[in-house]
Design a protein around this ligand. Structure first.
Ligand SMILES: [Zn+2]
Length: 315
């Protein structure tokens, strides 16, 4: 999180240094600044205390003339008035993070989003995986796939309105768009400033293992992430396969799914196994948790989408 007070102070100091150097280089500008300062005080005296309108108007004229002179000098040096202003990262809110009390600036919202994206575990190169970039025409039956995509969009809408009513299981061979579709859901949830976590099953189990067996040295964020696995608005578990399936893995997966199902917190599981193989490998209890509240979709295409894209890009 950016320390905005600190940032503003730095920008202000930087501006002060620039002005000081400028006034050193062009002493007349320093004199003008000094004169305008004194005239401003005189202006307050004349208007508020002496109520002397004629004097006030005279001062205004003098100030105006000085401002014109300053402008002309700056122009001679290829500069303008902006040199007297701090170079804010965000000119909209001058790096305050809000436009006015209660109205957050876009830069602040973006910063929060970036933070959530970083925490989500979605690699940088998967940020572009959205519903809009998911092309149903790569599939043998585009209409069928479009319906499935619509259902996945529905899940995101449910999450947005705070009522996750179902989970999604995406099955299919490697390169059939399971990751794309599931990350599109996660990205949409994140863009709505809600929380989503994407983990390949191996990384997810590593995270749990690190915390369970190495509590002393476990990173503080590890604990936070672990809790988030159960509570975030959407959890995507990618690549649930037949490799490295241990009692530990089965147990942990069951616990996460049970907790999330209880809390009505949706999840998406991707696997290249069939449902019956999942049942064989992970056992009946996990299989029950998986099918309990899930829509199960097979993403079928005769050729790998990845391969089709690569071929297309070559021509
Ligand atoms: Zn801003």
């Amino acid at each position: 999180m950016i320390d905005r007070d600190q940032l503003r102070r730095e920008k202000q100091n930087e501006c002060d240094r620039v002005v000081e150097a400028l006034h050193h280089r062009i002493p007349r500008l320093a004199e003008i600044a000094e004169e305008i300062g004194q005239l401003s005080i005189a202006r307050i005296k004349s208007s508020i205390f002496q109520k002397n309108d004629q004097r006030s108007a005279q001062i205004d004229q003098q100030v105006n003339a000085l401002m014109q002179e300053k402008k002309a000098i700056l122009a001679q040096h290829g500069l303008d008035e902006n040199i007297y202003k701090p170079q804010w990262q965000c000119p909209l809110c001058e790096d305050r993070g809000y436009i006015r009390p209660g109205e957050l600036c876009q830069c602040y919202i973006q910063e929060r989003l970036d933070e959530t994206f970083q925490r989500s575990g979605i690699p940088e190169n998967m940020r572009s995986l959205t519903f809009d970039t998911f092309n149903v025409n790569y599939y043998d039956q585009p209409t069928d796939i479009a319906e499935k995509v619509a259902k996945c969009r529905q899940l995101v809408e449910d999450i947005k309105s705070g009522k996750g009513r179902f989970n999604v299981v995406l099955l299919g061979e490697v390169g059939r768009g399971k990751t794309h579709l599931s990350v599109a859901m996660a990205n949409a949830v994140l863009a709505n400033r809600q929380t989503a976590i994407y983990k390949r099953i191996d990384d997810l189990l590593d995270l749990i293992r690190e915390y369970k067996f190495d509590k002393e040295t476990a990173r503080h964020e590890g604990i936070f992430e672990l809790e988030q696995l159960k509570t975030c608005d959407l959890l995507v578990i990618d690549d649930l396969g037949a490799e490295n399936v241990t009692g530990f893995a089965i147990n942990q997966l069951r616990i996460i799914l049970e907790e999330r199902n209880l809390r009505n917190k949706p999840w998406v599981i991707n696997s290249n196994l069939s449902l019956s193989d999942l049942q064989k490998v992970y056992g009946q209890r996990v299989a029950d948790r998986i099918i309990e509240k899930a829509v199960i979709y097979q993403l079928v295409s005769s050729e790998s989408i990845r391969m089709q894209k690569r071929i297309q890009n070559q021509f």
